[in-house]
Design a protein around this ligand. Sequence first.
Ligand code: BDR
Ligand code: CA
Length: 332
Amino acid sequence: MTSSQKHTVIYDTDPGVDDAMALYFAMAHPDIDVVGITTTFGNVSVEQATTNALYLTALAGRTIPVTRGVATPWFKDAEAPPAHIHGADGLGNLGTRKLVVQTIDPRSSAQFIVDMARARPGEITLVAVGPLGNLSLALALEPTLPTLLREVVIMGGTVIEPGNVSPVAEANIWNDPHAADRVFTAGWKLTMVGLDVTHRVVVLLSLFEKIARRQQHPATDALCHAVEFYARFYSGLYKHLASTPGCFAHDLLAFIYLAKPELFTLDTKAVRVATDGLAQGQTIVNRRDFINYPQVGWEKAKPRTQVCMEVDASACVQLFENTMMGNWLPPS
Ligand code: BDR
Ligand code: CA
């Protein structure tokens, strides 16, 4: 891939353990160039997410602009962050943190997205792996944003696979369903990487230990520590992870899709989000779009989303391993 074909990415994130593994994969992959990190509430508060984004980039020897984004959902009440999954600090309760000197970009995350899209029309890919408030706000600031961005890839939602925070809802969509519905109906080139594929791809703790042994670096040590905490939650919940600790590749898979879309099977359909009631946060996919449903909201002209339905799991894990074993970290 030439430098002009590289994916120039703004990473919208709530780090978060799987957000951290996704960030390091993106940094390690030669075809991905992360030019900004926009934070949001979700796995942790937006303040902690911003601290973690600055910390993870500094630890890996990078300087990438980091902006602070939305702190709460658009309409619904905020919920306490899931400290039992990601740790109170979002990174598995890291012991001592190195002092980092990076400073935050003073713009809001939404303003940063708009400024970058206007400055580089058609070039930027947005990879969003948290609740979608920053994207929703950016759309309000710049209604032509869908024509200014190259594409948007989100980790969130589910079609057939059961939800992970309710029987039908995935966490990122649940956390801000109104913002998510705005994103699904905005009309950009949009790909949804949801639980239908992320629950098929397990990354074992032993792989992170192998990567940390190979790299001998504070960044991969911190990642390994965080994954150990995260894997404990998954191993306690899912029988197939009980004896071999590991976790789902949620946010990581959004970048793996970007790097190798041929590993996924897509279905291109209209997607809407249930914003209230028992189904709140459900991503509803119109899988029979040859039927002219009469209800408002399912008009034929509604924008379509590329929904990832199947994935080559072992090829994804192999790509992750090969990429992370390369020389992407400076000497510590
Ligand atoms: C998603 O929710 C968050 O906890 C993870 O970081 C991921 O983005 C998985 O449902
Ligand atoms: Ca996330």
